[in-house]
Design a protein around this ligand. Structure first.
Ligand SMILES: *Cc1c(COP(=O)(O)O)cnc(C)c1O
Length: 460
């Protein structure tokens, strides 16, 4: 295939001047980057004119799909009226006021105050500081330790990278912030052995509480977890995990932070993942779906329990970002929340397109190369394996996940690989016909990848 002049030109310029996130630049520049030029609905178009179904909703964020004029117009109007003003020095503006009120309506009842940021990472940095300060105000300044999980992802700023449980991040320059301990993850297929999923869920929760007791529970400020781990491979915990863990944290007086950056705003079939998992967090981290990815923004939902203390006793909380409550970002957020409500997007995920896609996705478990196929709401994964009976893994060096991802792209479907898990989180506005298209492409991808693994002698 000969590439168009446009593609060749953009690849050369990109290689010359652009450092990509989470990318081996040398490898990428050798291979040539893929150029996405436009998108509409749930489909991307690349610079060679290929149409690709976006099974990852961008990077988990494009819940309402591409090309929503309601959002574009709301942002445009805001940029014309008031493109920027800060919210620091006794000032506010209509769009941040409206966004805050709407968030109080859609979040669980304990949340009535919101702090705005530019991203999920910044939101977690904010929570880390706010939770530590809360315990100072509560005369328990010894509570400074945070517990997170192996395989958890909480962002890339220094605090967020330390909270995250990615060895690949920690080994580059070390763990940038101390006082953070990593608990096990509830990944039954990989680590559950002979236990039933329910027993394994309880065991991981109890192991986490034992870790906390070993540290001294009165030194622990908070536990942070994603309701369903996203970037760590869409690990859907057994039903026993969250209730056991949340009850143990409550007994010990430890704050619960639900990182809702992926699970929030409908992804799991409820407004927030904590509602699906049955927990009552003290903080929620929000980003991505909060603006459906149209404009960068994050937010922190602060429960009354924390906000009341902060407001009554905290004085000035010395923390804030230039773009906290950016008018255009809030305008996008308001438009998105209104669309989620008026189009009943979340009810549709819960009652219609979610169950429709789940039923088809779970059937992939019958494929010889798939160990398990799981999905809650519209977030799911399949675990690739050379032998499902023994729950075996492919050799890491073979990078079968990446190979499968490449077949998927060639088939016109974006699926992401996390090790040997293929993960899926399509736009929530997916139609039944588009779900059928997605599944056809996924099956073809698995068939092609399996043929390649057999040819390479990696699978019988
Ligand atoms: C993406 C993500 C973050 C970080 O958000 P950024 O906007 O990339 O900083 C934090 N937590 C979770 C669960 C995420 O998926």
């Amino acid at each position: 295939m000969t590439l168009s002049n446009l593609t060749t030109h953009l690849r050369q310029e990109d290689a010359a001047h652009h450092l990509h996130p989470f990318t081996n630049t040398r490898e990428l520049n050798g291979r040539g980057v893929r150029v996405i030029t436009k998108a509409s609905g749930v489909h991307l178009t690349d610079s060679e004119g290929h149409r690709i179904l976006d099974g990852m909703a961008g990077l988990w964020c494009m819940a309402l799909g591409y090309g929503r004029s309601e959002i574009v117009q709301a942002v445009t109007k805001q940029l014309e009226e008031l493109p920027y003003y800060n919210t620091f020095f006794n000032t506010t503006h209509p769009s941040v006021v409206e966004m805050s009120r709407l968030l109080s309506e859609v979040t669980p009842p304990q949340f009535n105050h919101f702090f705005f940021t530019g991203s999920g990472s910044e939101s977690n940095d904010t929570i880390l500081r706010m939770a530590a300060y809360y315990w100072d105000l509560m005369d328990q300044p010894e509570r400074k330790i945070f517990i997170s999980r192996r395989g958890g992802y909480h962002g890339s700023t220094v605090a967020a990278a330390a909270l995250g449980g990615f060895g690949s991040m920690h080994k580059q320059g070390g763990v940038p912030v101390g006082n953070i301990f990593h608990a096990p993850q509830p990944s039954w297929w990989e680590e559950g052995g002979d236990l039933s999923p329910e027993d394994f869920g309880r065991k991981v929760a109890n192991d986490t509480l034992a870790l906390i007791d070993g540290i001294g529970s009165k030194r622990v400020a908070a536990f942070i977890g994603e309701p369903i781990q996203g970037a760590g491979g869409v690990i859907i915990p057994p039903a026993t995990y969250w209730p056991t863990l949340a009850a143990g944290l409550k007994e010990r007086g430890i704050l619960l932070i639900s990182d809702e950056v992926i699970c929030g705003f409908g992804r799991t079939g409820n407004w927030f993942g904590c509602e699906t998992m049955g927990t009552e967090p003290d903080f929620m981290t929000m980003a991505k779906g909060i603006t459906s990815g149209y404009v960068p923004m994050g937010a922190v939902a602060v429960s009354d329990k924390v906000a009341d203390v902060l407001i009554a006793k905290g004085g000035e909380f010395a923390h804030g970002y230039t773009y906290s409550g950016h008018p255009a970002a809030c305008a996008a957020g308001v438009a998105v929340l209104n669309l989620l409500r008026t189009e009943k997007v979340i009810e549709r995920v819960r009652d219609d397109i979610g169950p429709y896609l789940q039923a088809k996705w779970r059937m992939l478990a019958d494929h010889p190369m798939v160990g398990e196929a799981v999905m809650t709401g519209m977030i799911g994964s399949i675990r690739l394996t050379p032998n499902k009976a023994s729950r075996a893994s492919f050799p890491e060096a073979a990078d079968v996940g990446m190979a499968t991802r490449n077949f998927s792209f060639d088939n016109g479907l974006v699926m992401r690989a996390v090790g040997d898990r293929m993960v899926l989180a399509p736009p929530l506005v997916l139609t039944h016909a588009e779900a059928d298209e997605l599944m056809e492409k996924a099956v073809r991808t698995l068939d092609m990848s399996m043929a390649a693994q057999r040819k390479a002698g990696l699978m019988a």
